[in-house]
Design a protein. Structure first.
Length: 90
């Protein structure tokens, strides 16, 4: 069972992925590498689990998953969602 705060976290991950057109893991990796300015980026979310939905180079939405004990698990669930949606859209 996920915390109620997971809804907010999931939404923030999706928004960041859509705004920046990249998985939120990219922010997490940059932060882990010492690039603390990532924390200053508006609505960036330096935690795994957010993926943009891209079609022909355009963002059509995003998926954010939160609530698992590790960001890697959130990312796997989100990636499965992206894969499924992309298969439906083709």
């Amino acid at each position: 069972e996920a915390n109620a705060s997971s809804v907010e976290t999931s939404t923030a991950k999706a928004v960041a992925a859509a705004l920046y057109k990249q998985p939120t893991k990219n922010f997490a990796d940059r932060l882990a590498g010492g690039e603390t300015r990532v924390l200053k980026l508006h609505r960036a979310m330096p935690v795994e689990g957010g993926f943009p939905l891209m079609v022909e180079g355009r963002v059509i939405g995003a998926i954010g998953v939160g609530g698992a004990p590790q960001g890697e698990l959130d990312a796997r669930v989100a990636q499965a969602g992206v894969a499924w949606l992309m298969s439906v859209l083709r």
